[in-house]
Design a protein around this ligand. Structure first.
Ligand SMILES: *Cc1c(COP(=O)(O)O)cnc(C)c1O
Length: 231
């Protein structure tokens, strides 16, 4: 299977899932998660029309952004955990940040965002189901963090992101996503800039779309399995 075929198959999955719940496929953005994959693979995705890419590791992401700068108009999303000492690279190079879970990082990104760039698009990460994961805040903490971010001029609060604990059953996938949908809709009533609900990966994108996801983050189904042994 080529990357081009894979992207076409993923788009079909998005269309079918959207149709099943009377949503428009245009309302769901496909983010290609290219972490650990070489620039040649990204180039193939670009040739298939893909323009939005997600990266998890700061240095690797910045190298790819610089490689493609001035070649293609791409949008880059940082979707991995971020240590505060690396925040400057994210503020200077990325367009979106999906994993905000503390005010200290928000403050740094706001201070470090260059003046000649548009404000950084920010999603707050919610730890919806995985008690063991340290990433993401509890829903009870959302109001306060959202309020703080909304006060920062170089950040735009665009919505929420989650990585639920892996579940193979559709109904159980939906249970976590449904809680996210409710929190997202509530957030929208307070902040007019909120228009993005980032949830759904290769194995649970149908359930996520059913629960209102507006952006699915797809790696394996586009680029194949990742090999972590090389790095
Ligand atoms: C790696 C990753 C993905 C892509 O996962 P796949 O199962 O390969 O589609 C999506 N979101 C985040 C945050 C990731 O780290």
């Amino acid at each position: 299977m080529t990357i081009q075929n894979n992207i076409s198959n993923v788009k079909t999955r998005i269309e079918q899932a959207a149709k099943q719940c009377q949503r428009s496929p245009q309302d769901i953005t496909l983010l290609a998660v290219s972490k650990t994959k070489p620039c040649e693979a990204i180039l193939e995705a670009i040739a298939a029309g893909q323009r939005q890419f997600g990266e998890n590791y700061v240095q690797e992401g910045v190298e790819k952004i610089q490689y493609f700068a001035d070649k293609y108009p791409l949008t880059w999303h940082f979707i991995g955990p971020l240590q505060s000492n690396k925040s400057r690279l994210v503020a200077e190079h990325f367009d979106w940040f999906h994993t905000l879970d503390r005010v200290k990082i928000a403050q740094r990104l706001n201070d470090q965002r260059p003046n000649d760039k548009a404000p950084l698009n920010v999603l707050i990460q919610i730890n919806i189901s995985d008690e063991n994961s340290k990433s993401g805040i509890k829903l009870e903490q959302l109001d306060e963090l959202a309020h703080q971010v909304s006060q920062m001029p170089n950040l735009i609060l665009r919505g929420l992101m989650t990585i639920p604990a892996p579940e193979t059953h559709y109904e159980r996938q939906c249970a976590a996503f449904h809680q996210m949908e409710q929190a997202y809709q509530q957030l929208q009533t307070h902040y007019p800039t909120v228009d993005t609900l980032s949830m759904g990966m290769t194995d649970d994108m149908e359930a996520a779309i059913h629960c209102g996801s507006t952006l699915v983050r797809i790696g394996t189904a586009i680029f194949g399995a990742r090999d972590y042994t090389k790095s």
